[in-house]
Write a protein that binds this ligand. Sequence first.
Ligand code: CDP
Ligand code: CDP
Length: 226
Amino acid sequence: NHRLPIIAIDGPAGAGKSTVTRQVADRLGLTYLDTGAMYRALAWLILDRHIDPQDEPTVAELTSGAEIELIPRLAPQLTGVKVNGQDVSDAIRTPAVTQLVSTIAAQGAVRAKLLKLQRKYGDQGGIVAEGRDIGTQVFPNAELKIFLTASVQERARRRLKDFQAQGNQAVDLAQLEADIAQRDHLDSTRAIAPLQKAVDAVEIVTDNLTIAEVIEIIIDLYKKIQ
Ligand code: CDP
Ligand code: CDP
């Protein structure tokens, strides 16, 4: 198997995965793969169709018929996504989708479908993929695995800044912290592919690191294995 290298980046919300993964991919000339966008796309579809997210058979049926395609995009997110041909790149970033996504992501039919799709995107290698189960499930043979984390307080502060930078002042820090803690809990306690550090992943605690410092650490680790 002569595929190109794969870097797997996992961790909880607000750890810095998207920001860091994009820039690491740019620096190394690899392709950025945002797996969260795929879960968000299915959550969007379930909201759009007014389906009960707890109704697993109906969610499974809708999932199996859904066509999900990642599309390259410039700002504000580098990953866009189409569901059944419709561009939902902005719609998948709304609070309603964020609130629903972990419920959907716990379901077997959803994970099986997206796992297959993610492996298809990565079958030639040459990617830096971010998510929750990249190092443990999606690409267990990745050449480099990173587990990015930070305290829930720090991650909530970062998300608050992001909202404020977008002109949204009506966001409450305590509420953000509670929402993130709830999503951490759902993602790390589900039965299938929970958020977990792979045994062979390098953990980076980013509370007191800048984005540039985190990127440097990852590039250095990558150079060592080359
Ligand atoms: O960017 P943020 O951390 O808010 O979330 P994301 O990476 O877009 O992922 C959204 C949700 O999708 C997560 O909270 C997980 O429930 C789910 N997800 C997953 O289960 N497995 C992945 N590989 C990626 C995302
Ligand atoms: O993708 P994930 O949810 O893990 O996090 P993100 O959306 O990439 O990062 C959340 C915010 O934290 C962004 O505004 C980053 O610029 C910021 N950040 C930071 O301030 N310091 C770091 N070491 C990493 C990210």
